[in-house]
Design a protein around this ligand. Structure first.
Ligand code: PEP
Ligand code: MN
Length: 356
């Protein structure tokens, strides 16, 4: 891909690209109040969804074309650049006609090659920065494919937005970050600007700061953060929006660490350590789930007057785990010690249940 690095975009971007604004444009007053406050907070690129892809019908699906006039007022009054999401050819046409400065393609659109290709075709010959959010499913190739389609239309000011990945299971994140995926994207395309969207990853206000810091520590080029002058009353994504004042504080508190001067990108060691953090988080979550099942079995044993230790079952577990574990190159000693500890903890927990 022929990609312009972020410092070649011809915009005055500080060391980190910051895009902020409400999830959705709701009213002219909400858009303008939020934009004025963000401008004061030092933000120079405003975001607002005009057409909103909602998971279920009958919720607020955006104000449509009317909101584009509000974005024009933001440009005129504050001098900020404005950006919005496009999901089809009509959106592209309307946004370009209104003079929107930057576009992004949402996660529910980048998942669909036909939709992305149509948008790419509509952008041929247009020189506008475009961001492509990751598809909702953790498929790096599909994300790259969407970026390539837009890039092949001649868009060289192109960036990727990491907004996390859907999962059936509930985790503390709204969309699991799976950091190894944007890390791999960065390794494959070192010049491609990579922006993190902590709002849609976290889903709650309190996760915005730690996710943003982690993204900066991973050498992301910027952040797109949802902000609203009155977040609790927002018409979409109310739980994850922060006030422009909170954003201002956050931006001041984020620590910008330097990449080692002799190195242009992430060091291998950092990549691997982040991967290990991710795996450990998964391990802890799984062990927690296992203990919940253990507690249910404890209740069953109590009700049916069964012993806690069922020697045959325990023997089978240990043998089968060792057998499976060695296939993953784990030593017998390690597997035994892990499962003996887990088993001991399970027994302790069931003892408490039987005694209760
Ligand atoms: C948004 O940015 O408001 C949005 C709809 O995001 P995503 O496509 O990441 O869900
Ligand atoms: Mn949103």
């Amino acid at each position: 891909m022929e990609i312009k690095k972020i410092n070649e975009w011809g915009m005055s971007i500080d060391d980190t690209l910051i895009i902020s604004g409400p999830c959705s444009a709701e009213t002219e007053e909400q858009v303008l109040t939020t934009a004025r406050e963000l401008k004061k907070a030092g933000v120079s690129i405003f975001r607002a969804g005009i057409w909103k892809p909602r998971t279920r019908p009958n919720s607020f699906e955006g104000v449509g074309n009317e909101g584009l006039d509000w974005l024009k007022t933001v440009q005129k009054e504050t001098g900020m650049l404005v950006s919005t999401e496009v999901a089809n050819v009509k959106h592209v046409y309307e946004a370009l006609k209104a003079g929107v400065d930057m576009l992004w393609i949402g996660a529910r659109t980048s998942v669909n090659p036909f939709a992305v290709q149509e948008i790419a075709d509509a952008l041929k010959g247009v020189d506008i920065p475009v961001f492509v959010k990751n598809p909702i499913n953790p498929d790096l190739e599909l994300w790259i494919g969407a970026l390539e389609r837009i890039n092949q239309a001649g868009i060289t000011r192109i960036g990727a937005i990491h907004r996390g990945f859907s999962s059936y299971e509930r985790t503390k994140f709204r969309n699991s970050p799976q950091w190894q995926i944007p890390i791999e994207l960065k390794n494959r395309f070192p010049d491609l600007p990579l922006i993190c969207d902590p709002s849609h990853i976290g889903g709650t206000r309190d996760l915005i700061a730690p996710i943003s810091q982690k993204a900066l520590d991973l050498d992301f080029d910027g952040l797109i953060i949802e902000a609203h002058h009155n977040p609790i009353d927002a018409w979409s994504d109310a739980k994850q929006q922060i006030t422009p004042q909170t954003l201002h504080k956050l931006l001041n508190e984020l620590v910008k660490r330097e990449i080692k001067p002799d190195n242009i990108s992430l060091t291998n060691l950092e990549d691997l350590r982040f991967q290990i953090d991710q795996y450990d988080e998964d391990l802890l979550e799984i062990i927690g789930k296992r203990m919940k099942s253990v507690a249910e079995i404890g209740a069953y044993k109590k009700e049916n007057n069964m012993t806690i230790l069922q020697p045959n079952r325990w023997g089978d577990i240990l043998n089968s785990r060792v057998e499976k574990g060695v296939k993953f190159d784990l030593s017998e000693k390690l597997i035994e010690s892990i499962f003996k500890s887990i088993h001991q903890e399970s027994i302790n927990n069931q003892e408490i249940i039987l005694r209760s």
